[in-house]
Design a protein around this ligand. Structure first.
Ligand SMILES: C[S@@+](CC[C@H](N)C(=O)[O-])C[C@H]1O[C@@H](n2cnc3c(N)ncnc32)[C@H](O)[C@@H]1O
Length: 395
């Protein structure tokens, strides 16, 4: 991870300042550990934080974890520009001179979950693949069905990045890839919008069934988002997962099940190929939704009250996390830019998929930083808990 070590840090008097595509915005001091702080920067309009931390009588500057941008060139650029402006010689640096390295633009197929909005979907059929792994099936379907828009979900970042590069190389513009848990992603989709959902060779999680993709909650959400006539397709080599899924799939009414054993797939995924080499049976279950689902309004809002300063909030720092209705919110640290402005570091949402964020208070206004939490109901409930605390601080 790019970082530098310097003797001192007295940059804050100079802020804000801009140098080429790098903006240094403000410095926020940890209100409990005064030598520790966060430098707000933006490179090519991408905002993030550099952490300034004492280390062996020196100061370490590196990207702060929650807001860390990708690619690393952005961080290196900010650190390099800091050295250029201050004229400081670092006692240690692992950034080569990056002045002439062009900034890599994020590839267009990558959709950030924080800014995902189903209204942005093209006016086309939409197919979803959950856990696409090496991406063979996803790429095959995208190439064969240019009139369809595909969304691939994958939580293993290296697989996602590899597939993203293939999408770019092959010039496909009908695929989005998203690095997020498919089970929660369903919540962000409107009812009756999706034609097909593929779940091919999901991890069976025999010892930790709560981690399985298929569950009653997932099934209800999948049937809600599928159009009547749309279908969910599961392929698995696991007898156990097959029987378990059959139980889940047969619970709701108004679905049509089709079962096949060892049917030929349109394209063999990496896992399918492996299990065929081991001469395992492959089960396919197709679940067709037969009825229109109730519309779902995704009424999630992450607004904040105005004119509450960081000092008032710090005075009423909660002693522990709040846990309510299956969600939580935990206020962790306070950083002051001045008497009123500052940052609060917090975690919130569901226990399975907590979100780590900052709240930025600037000129009397508050917002989540660097982005809003994902627009799930659980995150919305956790946000309401934070609002209650803020209202109490105002009184
Ligand atoms: C056994 S691999 C199968 C990959 C691919 N479908 C194939 O057939 O070759 C399962 C994949 O699902 C991904 N995965 C597991 N749980 C997931 C979830 N909740 N949301 C999205 N992806 C998930 C894993 O990271 C892994 O890449």
């Amino acid at each position: 991870m790019p970082h530098i070590r310097v003797e001192s840090f007295n940059f804050h008097e100079k802020l804000p300042l801009q140098s080429g595509e790098v903006s240094f915005l403000w410095y926020a001091r940890n209100m409990e550990h005064l030598n520790d702080g966060l430098l707000g920067v933006a490179v090519d309009n991408i905002p993030f934080l550099l952490q300034v931390k004492p280390k062996n009588k020196e100061l370490l500057l590196k990207a702060e974890k929650i807001s860390r941008p990708s690619p690393n060139t952005l961080i290196k650029r900010a650190l390099q520009e800091y050295l250029n402006i201050t004229g400081q010689k670092p006692s240690y640096s692992n950034i080569a001179n990056v002045d002439n390295v062009p900034l890599k633009k994020p590839l267009p197929s990558l959709k950030e979950i924080a800014t995902f909005n189903a209204d942005d979907l093209p006016d086309k059929e939409v197919w979803i693949e959950i856990g696409f792994g090496s991406g063979r099936h996803l790429l095959y379907q995208a190439k064969e069905n240019q009139n369809v828009h595909l969304i691939g979900l994958e939580i293993h970042r290296p697989s996602l990045e590899q597939v993203m590069r293939r999408i770019d190389l092959e010039g496909l513009d009908n695929v989005w890839v998203i690095d997020y848990d498919a089970r929660l992603f369903m919540e962000l989709l409107p009812s009756n919008r999706i034609e097909r959902i593929f779940v091919h060779f999901p991890v069976p999680w025999d010892k930790k069934p709560h981690r399985r993709v298929i569950s009653d909650t997932f099934m209800n959400e999948a049937m809600r988002v599928l159009k009547p006539g749309g279908r969910l397709e599961l392929r698995t080599d696991s007898d156990n997962y097959f029987h378990y899924s059959m139980e889940v799939f047969t619970r709701p009414k108004h679905v049509k099940l089709t079962l096949e054993k060892n049917s030929e797939a349109a394209v063999k995924s990496k896992y399918e190929e492996r299990w065929l080499r081991y001469e395992k049976d492959i089960y396919e279950i197709r679940v067709e939704s037969l009825e229109e689902s109730e519309p779902k309004s995704i009424d999630v809002c992450f607004d904040f009250p105005q004119n509450i300063g960081i000092s008032s909030l710090f005075k009423q720092k909660p002693k522990s996390a709040w846990i309510e209705n299956g969600c939580f919110a935990h206020i962790e640290r306070f950083y002051a830019i001045n008497e009123n402005d500052g940052l609060i570091r917090l975690s919130l949402g569901s226990f399975d998929r907590p979100e780590h964020k900052f709240i930025l208070i600037e000129n009397g206004k508050m917002k989540y930083y660097p982005h809003n939490p994902v627009r799930t109901e659980t995150n919305h409930k956790a946000h309401q808990i934070i609002l209650k605390w803020m209202q109490a601080c105002k009184m």
